[in-house]
Ligand binder design. Structure first.
Ligand SMILES: [Zn+2]
Length: 297
């Protein structure tokens, strides 16, 4: 009969939901993310009721944007969502449905799914999206989340001291340079006379010399960040994921040049995410299975 595990992916702009059966996603549904934390919780409850129907529910795995602690509470988030930080999401869902719930940061969820998908080892997944996230997965499938769940925040490691303001409140984080929103901001600065509504515009203008140099800078800076992380964790592989990878052809040559000049990481160790958005849902389900040690029947 049906697997009775539901997975959610709560992103900054959209929520995806699916039933998970034999490591595959079934009945994937997508809707816009409400702006307010309480409204997001209300939608998760409504969608869970609707998708579970009359069958018994075994559990819920949630991949969520923002920093998530070990109890499944959102403890930090970008400013696009209002009162999302502070939401005890796992507890709220457990109270309503009386099943085990896992809530995990989205980059970490994606990392776990990609670790399973691409053959294990020691892997760092870097998601370049609205923000920049990272998920470090060790050889045994365990992912790094620090003492309280707030560790392993690769996007907020320092890239430039005193540099651009990051949504986390600090200055000079990797996210402040390599997130999609940061790249749009940099295009505005490079070529202020034009309209830069979104990342697609920065991709479309790639032939313009100043924008071409911007994409080259993105590749070089990503190489520098990967090298810094490799000095700490020396991974077998690095996987680059997230919406910015739609522009991979524009920054990949500079990324590979940067790696070759340094010599520490071989360009063949760095690949693009093969799963796309599904990594978040599949990862949420995998982490649920890791945590509760059973597969849904
Ligand atoms: Zn930051």
């Amino acid at each position: 009969m049906n697997a009775r595990l539901l997975a959610f992916d709560i992103g900054g702009t959209k929520i995806r939901a699916a039933r998970v059966e034999n490591d595959a996603l079934v009945d994937v549904a997508t809707e816009p993310t409400p702006r307010r934390g309480s409204a997001i919780v209300a939608r998760l409850i409504a969608v869970t009721r609707q998708m579970a129907g009359t069958s018994t529910l075994d559990g819920i795995g949630v991949s969520a944007t923002g920093q998530v602690d070990a109890t499944g509470t959102i403890v930090g988030s970008t400013r696009t969502l209002v009162e999302w930080a502070g939401t005890p999401l796992a507890r709220e869902l457990e109270t309503v449905f009386a099943v085990p719930v896992v809530v995990v940061n989205d980059a970490k969820a994606a990392a776990v799914a990609l670790w399973h998908q691409t053959g294990g080892g020691r892997v760092l997944v870097v998601t370049l999206g609205t923000g920049v996230g990272g998920g470090l997965v060790y050889e045994d499938g365990r992912f790094e989340s620090g003492r309280s769940g707030r560790g392993g925040e690769f996007g907020h490691t320092l890239f430039r001291y005193g540099g651009a303001r990051c949504p986390c409140g600090r200055r000079g984080c990797v996210e402040a340079y390599l997130a999609g929103t940061a790249i749009v901001r940099r295009a505005r600065r490079a070529l202020p006379g034009r309209r830069w509504p979104d990342l697609a515009a920065v991709v479309a203008e790639a032939a313009e010399p100043r924008i071409r140099r911007l994409w080259e800078a993105v590749g070089q800076e990503l190489a520098a960040a990967l090298i810094a992380w490799d000095l700490l964790f020396e991974c077998d592989r690095y996987i680059i994921a997230g919406g910015v990878t739609r522009a991979a052809s524009l920054f990949w040559p500079a990324l590979e040049d940067g790696l070759r000049r340094d010599g520490r990481i071989a360009p063949t160790q760095v690949t693009l995410d093969p799963l796309g958005d599904d990594a978040f849902l599949l990862g949420a389900a995998r982490v649920w299975e890791q945590r509760f040690g059973k597969r849904p029947s």
